[in-house]
Design a protein around this ligand. Structure first.
Ligand SMILES: O=C(O)C1=C[C@@H](OP(=O)(O)O)[C@@H](O)[C@H](O)C1
Ligand SMILES: C=C(OP(=O)(O)O)C(=O)O
Length: 412
């Protein structure tokens, strides 16, 4: 099924609560599923990525039910309940699910067979493969599937910190399940650092202890995850799109945000303040890559030049986001240049619009284009707009409820 959205120009106004944090929900669900006993998690929304994580944890033997946005999870209590064969994990298009689950499957079930959709299986796994080579763990990637087989052993795990923090999160979830001392050591500086802080916070909530060291992390196992109750915060990376709508003339009140959150995407507050002032500005996005699409919409429509720097990893997401941000905003009339690891915007008073853009099967590109449409002179047509379901299924409904003048056309 494919969705086309036509947006006629107009400013947004009203109040909105963005969806629950996808990153925090993945973490709490996985911890609850590994735990002994039952956990209740409030404010859970079934985006496609969260469904993927739930189905993977089910494949390991966890059980869940959802009522009024409260998720009840019956955990595994350590060992997976399997009938002698490798479990199969359909990770959808979720990089977090795949990279978190690979070491967890090794620790809990001796491995697994992973599949995915869209661009997922082309996104890099090399830091894991290099480690598996050293540790004698079998892996094979072919026909769009990845098989890993072996036992995760305790010890030293040295890997780069600038490909994806998701590898570090995966190891920090899995190694406590293994008996012995382990260290996760970073061979290059850690980017997306706050996501690892969110991981440590979730582990701590479920009774798992990990120490930060000068070179990485240290822990000892086996440790048991202990079931507990919790709640998922509002997602700052999604709130950022409404910050964008405000910078482009809207008056949106963004509700239920935790202003002392561990989410690094809270940087949208100081960054959007900088973009609201005329003049040239350079913003370092190495710690908050998911902010690039909303920041790009803001940077395209203002007075002054804006550079988003240290953004090389944006090429490794649901799309090559340095290319797709550039191509999408240019189609709408923005003045933007793509660098090897940066984007440069020459701000304009408004965008022309009057064009159709393909959302590139990337939820954040669709939402960026929708925000940019607020500053267009003519209507904008978004093709493949259903991709918002990956993280924000209610996005078009919220956009309309904020006064957005749009048609949503579903076909096929
Ligand atoms: O751990 C997480 O929840 C995430 C980490 C980030 O990825 P990288 O660490 O690859 O930058 C981010 O882009 C992704 O959307 C979610
Ligand atoms: C990159 C993202 O998610 P993931 O890596 O989990 O697919 C995202 O949500 O923008």
């Amino acid at each position: 099924m494919s969705t086309t959205v036509v947006i006629r120009p107009g400013k947004l106004a009203g109040a909105v609560t963005p969806p629950p944090s996808k990153s925090q929900a993945h973490r709490l669900i996985i911890a609850a599923a590994l735990a002994r006993g039952e956990s209740r998690l409030e404010n859970v929304d079934l985006s496609q990525d969260i469904r993927a994580t739930l189905s993977c944890m089910e494949a390991l033997g966890a059980r869940w039910s959802l009522k009024d946005r409260t998720l009840t999870v019956g955990g595994l209590g350590g060992a997976a309940q399997l009938a002698g064969r490798l479990p199969r994990f359909d990770c959808g298009e979720s990089g977090s699910t795949l990279r978190f689950l690979i070491p967890i499957a090794l620790a809990a079930a001796g491995g697994g067979v992973f599949t995915g959709h869209g661009r997922l299986m082309q996104r890099p796994q090399k830091p894991y493969f290099d480690l598996f080579h050293r540790k004698g763990i079998f892996w094979e990637q072919r026909d769009g599937g990845l098989t890993v087989k072996g036992r995760l052993t305790p010890g030293e795990y040295a890997l780069p910190g600038d490909v994806s923090s998701q590898f570090i999160t995966g190891l920090l979830y899995a190694l406590p399940l293994v008996e012995g001392e382990s260290a996760v050591t970073l061979t290059t500086p850690l980017e997306s650092r706050d996501y690892v802080s969110m991981t440590l916070q979730a582990l701590d909530q479920f009774g798992v202890s990990v120490q930060e060291t000068a070179s990485g992390y240290r822990l000892s196992g086996p440790q048991a995850y202990v079931g507990t109750d919790g709640a998922v915060e509002t997602d700052w990376s999604q709130a950022a799109f409404w910050y964008g709508a405000n910078l482009l003339g809207g008056q949106v009140e963004i509700l239920n945000l935790n202003r002392s959150s561990a989410q690094g995407d809270m940087r949208v507050v100081p960054y959007s303040r900088q973009l609201a002032r005329p003049g040239d500005v350079a913003l370092d996005v190495s710690q908050c890559p998911d902010l690039v699409p909303p920041l790009a919409a803001m940077a395209a429509v203002r007075t002054g030049e804006c550079r988003l720097v240290n953004a090389a990893r944006l090429r490794l997401k649901e799309s090559d986001r340095l290319a797709t941000v550039t191509q999408t905003l240019r189609t709408l009339g923005a003045a933007v240049e793509e660098g090897a690891d940066s984007l440069t915007f020459h701000g304009l008073p408004a965008l022309e619009g009057g064009a159709a853009v393909d959302c590139c099967n990337d939820h954040r590109i669709a939402m960026m284009a929708a925000v940019a449409a607020c500053a267009c002179r003519r209507p904008v047509t978004l093709l493949g707009a259903e991709c918002v379901n990956k993280s924000y299924p209610g996005f078009w409904e919220d956009y309309r409820q904020l006064g957005g003048d749009l048609d949503v056309l579903i076909s096929g």
